[in-house]
Design a binder for this molecule. Structure first.
Ligand SMILES: [Zn+2]
Length: 1056
């Protein structure tokens, strides 16, 4: 090892230059991470393949400015030098540096880090008078040459740089080492990678514009971080996350403070930031520091209705009092992400400098400010949706500057809108890569998958001993749970079994498939398609517990006393099963009801055999129902909640037409299956918590905050019902009693309000919470987790691994892989919780999109399907919030408009607009004008006209307008109650199919669009049942309250 001295010029936080002398050790052996290595380097970890045409070594400037291009997974064999990485750290800050580190860590990206400054022969000391940039470029070139030599000339090396002098100086110095510009590199090696070319153009343009920026200050400078930190400590400043009010994005933003940091002061409440100047360049989601204004300048929030405000979760809707108000003095952490924007139409583009135009693009998310983009494509892209990133927001600039990343398509087209929803919710679901698919087992007609003999030996074989069957919705592909039940010991004992797909057998921890599943965290269900968490060969085939085939499973088997149903023994472990029947709910229920039905699996048998088998199956179903009733009763005594009225469940006839638009009783077998799954989840939670008290993944449901119940309690009181919210049991009981025999909708709306008041069920690591916080309020269980859907949820995969480790420990074996620590697991659970929220938001948005598409094609003035019955569920200052059961739509109905006119009720209840005033009371709202006073009371039924409020830059929304204060009856008397809804669903599917056809046609026409479209159309399964279930789900509850909206499974009831 050789010691040298190295001189660093660092910039201090205040911009002062500091000269630091460091001892610097260089050595001969520094790993090269190449498969071609002849020198026995210690290449631990990721290694660049040897079969590439070249390796690419980006110069410092390229890594600093064009990292996004290097992030394309298509680019292979990238060597990041230590020199470049350090430069990113110094000049771009922590976020960009972490991004680079993640890239290096991610095994899906073909890139490595070379510690060039520690390598004796690649390191070059800085020469006297040499500029930092020149020296860095020389270092990188030297590293490129070292690679070529180290790999004995077997691999060409391409250095890419934006320094034209360097290209001239180095390009012909040594053979096998090429020095080219980024643009030349892309056009020589990646002609087809259009996205990269476009990104290059947009970044280089943004860089050029940045140099020509003005100097006039639009905003106050931010304070340096040490002053911010000192100010927070002393209590002068307050730190929090900036939350922009989406209904008043220009004016209102709240700083939500971390409660812990100011528990002792009176500032535990939020701080209001009013207006753009006070917001001082902070963007929604940033961690900011604010200083309070003098009390005389404090303001209140506005409480009247604005568009789409129906889904807000608020406590008391109090009159707005002045609240702590402040202004942003600094930003601790930017949380910028990719934003979808709409390019303005031609007349609005401000023509500008040289060959490019600067345009102000409007983000789809109304909380994000306009972003200034320099582009040559302003004309071509008008009315297109484009993904952009913000680069900077200087104090001299009224708007942030950004660059475009990718064009999604024309605004308003289905594919564009769906992609917008995905991107706006950070959902990244590219097709599974070849490398991931290579890890998958094969199951084809030529090479059928078979049970491995070693697995037969190591698993408990239930094939000959247990009658295993599944019960799912019709047409379910991914069967991840099956059941069994039998008597033991001459009838003294019952054995209940839950057998779950053994996904983790096929997906080893840390494999590429595992990493992909982890980053997705869940399968995403949108209105017209789904994006799977796992490749289809697992989710729809080898992990799917289909009938008549051998499958690996993870099982829980309980021995219960046949009389008391007390658990006497529990067994957990890996099994081998063969499901005998793949039942659907209606069939199982028919068997239980002893109705005459055909079980497909028994069709080929003789009548005698059939009768015997049928009797056996029916008996098993009856036993199961018996056990489930007992389990449910147990939980009910503990206070389990049934929040949504299950009586509105959908029903399909044999041809899969929806008939159940009339409310109906749910099938008991639905609950039976759900109860068994809850039981399995509960017992697995107990097992892993006991074995790993500090690092088990559980799911809890915190009790709701009492103040959120005020709307529910007050509304119920208006109808003469008392709702007791003191415990889950009291709430469940009082909700059960709050039934108006005249109007079933009252109970449904009360349950809706209860749901809205609920907090969200969340995953956590047992080491991160105290025992009493493990409680699941909704299910009334002290321990709960997710074990039963590993095909669709990553949390269940973690739980399967924990259970396997626990079972191994019981056998005296040490776990094969080290378990995640509490801290690591807690981070993972945060990630999964975030992804679940994103999945719910995306699903809700996609359904709203389809609702708008449905109404967009109809003339609200003439089409009877645009007129519907609605019930008032909340009162606001200038209107009411209503629920339209027929379409599952919730939204505001205004009673006063901007011209000072109010809604008045005339003859036959018809409504008109007249000049007047509006007054709000707790249970009703009144309008007064020259012709008299009209009153609208909570739970009143009114008639609304539904139309679409189009928006060019944001999502379209539905507009509800009151046309009569009488219930809307005509549609019901003529046709089945929810005809319109079934139409809506069919329409949605038809449109989806048409759109996919169009997409295919477009794809066959031009290769450029096809790639992106392929990318976003992984699996299209418009399935009437799941679609309707989803629409119903979202109609009934607010996304924030539902833990697990799922299209096709038991979670329809069990969404905790
Ligand atoms: Zn080597």
């Amino acid at each position: 090892m050789i010691k040298t001295e190295r001189i660093l010029h660092l910039k201090s936080c205040r911009g002062r230059k500091v000269r630091v002398v460091r001892e610097h050790y260089v050595r001969e052996r520094v790993p090269c991470f190449s498969a071609l290595c002849q020198a026995d380097c210690d290449n631990d970890g990721k290694v660049l393949p040897g079969d590439l045409t070249h390796y690419v070594v980006p110069d410092v400037g390229v890594v600093v400015d064009y990292l996004e291009i290097l992030e394309f997974r298509e680019l292979q064999g990238i060597v990041f030098t230590q020199t470049a990485c350090q430069a990113v750290q110094h000049s771009k800050g922590r976020r960009q540096y972490n991004r680079l580190r993640n890239l290096l860590k991610d095994p899906r990206h073909d890139c490595v880090l070379f510690a060039n400054e520690f390598q004796e022969y690649s390191y070059c000391p800085r020469e006297k008078g040499e500029s930092q940039e020149k020296w860095q470029t020389r270092c990188v070139y030297s590293a490129a040459v070292w690679y070529h030599n180290h790999l004995a000339g077997m691999m060409d090396i391409v250095m890419i740089t934006e320094d034209q002098d360097a290209v001239a100086q180095f390009s012909s110095l040594s053979s096998g080492v090429y020095v080219v510009s980024v643009q030349d590199y892309l056009s020589n090696f990646w002609m087809e990678l259009h996205a990269a070319h476009e990104l290059y153009n947009s970044i280089s343009q943004a860089l050029e514009e940045k140099e020509s920026e003005g100097t006039e200050k639009e905003y106050t400078e931010h304070l340096p971080s040490e002053i911010l930190e000192a100010g927070i400590k002393s209590g002068r400043y307050i730190q929090g996350v900036l939350n922009v009010n989406k209904h008043r994005a220009q004016q209102e933003a709240l700083i939500t403070t971390q409660a812990s940091s100011n528990k002792n002061t009176d500032l535990s409440r939020d701080v209001l930031v009013y207006g753009g100047k006070n917001r001082n360049r902070a963007v929604h989601g940033d961690v900011v520091v604010v200083e309070l204004l003098p009390k005389s300048e404090w303001r209140g929030k506005v409480t009247s209705l604005t568009e789409r405000q129906g889904d807000e979760k608020t406590g008391e809707d109090e009159k707005s009092k002045p609240m702590p108000t402040g202004y942003v003095v600094g930003i601790l952490q930017r949380n910028w992400r990719d934003y979808v924007v709409t390019f303005p139409p031609r007349e609005a583009t401000q023509s500008q400098s040289r060959n490019s135009q600067r345009i102000l693009a409007i983000p789809w998310d109304p909380r994000i400010p306009k972003i200034r983009i320099s582009t040559q494509q302003a004309d071509a892209l008008q009315d297109h949706r484009v993904v952009v990133r913000i680069d900077s927001w200087e104090s001299t600039s009224l708007y942030p500057n950004g660059h475009s990343v990718r064009v999604l398509g024309r605004a308003g087209e289905l594919e564009t809108e769906i992609q917008t929803i995905l991107i706006e919710n950070f959902i990244h679901v590219p097709p599974f890569s070849e490398a991931q698919l290579k890890e998958m087992p094969v199951n084809s007609p030529e090479k059928p998958w078979k049970v491995h003999p070693s697995q037969v030996a190591s698993r408990r074989d239930l094939r000959g001993t247990h009658l295993v069957f599944s019960i799912d919705p019709r047409g379910c592909e991914d069967v991840d749970d099956t059941l069994s039940v039998r008597t033991l010991d001459g009838g003294k004992l019952l054995e209940l079994g839950v057998h779950i797909a053994d996904v983790t057998h096929f997906v080893p921890e840390g494999s590429l498939t595992d990493l992909e599943a982890r980053s997705r965290a869940t399968t995403y269900y949108l209105a017209d398609r789904r994006y799977d968490m796992l490749p289809a060969v697992l989710s729809a085939d080898l992990c799917s517990l289909l009938g008549g085939v051998d499958r690996y499973a993870m099982s829980v088997l309980w021995e219960l006393d046949a009389h008391t149903l007390e658990v006497t023994k529990v067994w957990y472990g890996r099994t081998l099963i063969r499901s005998s029947y793949q039942l659907h709910y209606e069939l199982a229920q028919a068997l239980l009801n002893r109705e005459d039905t055909e079980v497909p699996e028994l069709a080929p048998l003789s009548p005698e055999e059939k009768d015997a088998k049928l009797a056996e199956l029916t008996q098993a179903l009856e036993m199961l129902t018996h056990v489930a009733r007992h389990l449910r009763a147990q939980r009910d005594r503990g206070g389990a909640l049934e929040l949504e009225g299950v009586e509105v469940r959908a029903q399909l006839d044999a041809e899969k037409n929806i008939t159940a638009l009339v409310p109906r009783q749910p099938l008991e077998v639905h609950e039976t299956v759900a109860e068994c799954m809850i039981y399995a989840n509960h017992w697995v939670a107990r097992k892993i918590q006991k074995t790993f008290p500090h690092q088990a993944l559980l799911r809890h449901h915190p009790p709701p905050r009492q103040e959120f119940f005020s709307q529910l309690v007050d509304s119920a009181k208006a109808r003469g019902f008392t709702i007791n919210t003191s415990s889950n049991k009291a709430l469940a009981d009082s909700l059960d009693r709050a039934v108006d025999p005249e109007d079933p909708l009252v109970n449904r709306m009360l349950r809706m309000m209860a749901t809205q008041a609920m907090s969200q069920a969340l995953y956590f690591s047992t080491g991160a919470q105290s025992q009493e916080q493990y409680y699941h309020y909704g299910l009334a269980l002290d321990h709960y987790t997710h074990f039963t859907s590993p095909i669709r949820r990553y949390a269940d995969m973690i739980v399967h691994r924990l259970l396997t480790a626990a079972v191994d420990l019981d056998k005296g074996l040490s776990p094969a892989v080290a378990l995640a620590t509490n801290k690591e697991l807690e981070e993972t659970t945060q990630h999964i919780n975030n992804k679940n929220r994103a999945a719910q938001r995306a699903q809700k948005l996609s359904i709203e999109l389809f609702q708008c598409l449905y109404f967009k094609e109809r003339d609200p003035q003439t089409d009877p399907s645009c007129v519907a019955d609605a019930a008032i569920y909340a009162i606001r200052d200038n209107g009411v919030l209503v629920f339209v059961p027929q379409y599952g739509v919730k939204g505001p109905v205004y009673l006063k408009n901007r011209d000072g006119e109010v809604v008045t009720v005339g003859q036959d209840g018809r409504c008109e607009w007249k000049t007047g005033s509006v007054k709000r009371y707790s249970e009703h709202i009144s309008t007064t004008c020259s012709s008299g006073t009209s009153t609208f009371t909570l739970f009143d039924h009114i008639t609304v006209r539904i139309s679409v409020q189009p928006s060019r830059c944001h999502a379209d929304s539905l507009n509800l307008e009151i046309i009569s204060n009488k219930p809307h009856k005509s549609a019901e008397s003529q046709q089945p109650h929810s005809q319109g809804r079934s139409q809506l669903v069919q329409e949605v599917v038809r449109q989806a199919e048409e759109a996919s056809q169009q997409a295919q046609e477009r794809a066959s026409r031009g290769p450029r669009l096809s790639k992106e479209e392929r990318e976003f159309c992984q699996s299209k399964t418009p399935n009437l049942y799941s679609l309707l279930e989803e629409i119903r789900e979202l109609a009934l509850m607010d996304v924030g309250a539902a833990a697990n909206v799922c299209a096709s499974k038991t979670e329809i009831i069990v969404r905790f």
